[in-house]
Design a protein around this ligand. Sequence first.
Ligand code: SF4
Length: 415
Amino acid sequence: MARYHIETYGCTSNRGESREIERRLRDAGHHRVDGPTAADVAILNTCTVVEKTERNMIRRAEELQAETADLFITGCMALAQSEEFGDLNAEVLHWDEVPEAVTNGECPTTTPDAEPILEGVIGILPIARGCMSDCSYCITKQATGKIESPPIAENVRKARALVHAGAKEIRITGQDTGVYGWDTGERKLHTLLEEICAIEGDFRVRVGMANPKGVHGIREELAQVFAANDKLYNFLHAPVQSGSNDVLGDMRRQHQVREYLEVVDTFDASLEEWTLSTDFIVGFPTETDDDHEQSMDLIRKTRPEKLNVTRFSKRPNTDAAKMKGLGGQTKKDRSKAMSALKMDVVGEAYEAMVGEVREDVLVVESGTGDSVKCRDGAYRQIIVQNASDHGIAPGDFLDCRITGHNTVYAFGEPL
Ligand code: SF4
């Protein structure tokens, strides 16, 4: 969990994006603090209307870099003129990528009482609290402890209540959904999902972060449940964090690369189309050039359609914070190389969708301006513009043709 400071410049669109960044950071257990000096992470959402604004943005970025451990720069100027920030030790990201980058590879934190929440048509259902791991870089674990799983029937009852309250997308969350039930001796994420999908109604279910170790033990059962239930998005977020077994050992991750690959192979064999989402931490203190190359090779080999790249940063009171860190420039170079590869891999996946018709796409929430954000069956993000002209709103299902893409999401036209 990080303490963050955020500054936003420019138009209402930028302000809306900052609000969304903050909402996601809050959901993941991060806290806003007053001023950059009290923060672990600063976020600068930039604007580039006139030259004077540009100079102000660069100056402000320099000040923030001097006052905070980690700096993320997003917004119009960051994306249009990223080279202007090239001399800074900062990460330049699309706003949608900022929340994941801030989490530093840690799992999301659920609230202590872990009650479901309905936000628009999105129902958030924490199915358990805690995890079975002890990652050396993680501070979340200190707050959440070992996994505690309520019974399947209780989670199904909560899911049913969300559907009755109007949820069209149920997000199954937890620090590590893949180990749901390990504390009670029942490794039954797949059974829980099957029972939730059996609830009457027209809705979709997204499974949240599940570490490779937990998924590996139930990969066959899980893949079969995905294949048999149209209500489940064909989407798996399994954060591998490194392509090097040595680094995974130092991170105290419980999986090895082989187990992650076996999960991917099983899903490939069972599902016609699915989205692999994974995370990598670059610049872990013991990561060598060769380790980094192994991570790059793993991305080339498994080609995840969604990929979160996080530059390692130290969290207080963690074992990784006591390790001698790599230089800032090394971390920056590796992060830059991996982000470029990510753009190729993810961009290729969205490019391949252009011209296709996607059926039963769910409108999940409003976007910027008059747009809406939708998800297809593989949880690919599709933006539809001029939603009011088309008479569509969150909660609707529609068919649409993919007309283009913007690397990390597609544009669609309703049919
Ligand atoms: S799985 Fe690892 S990163 Fe996630 S909460 Fe547990 S210790 Fe932290």
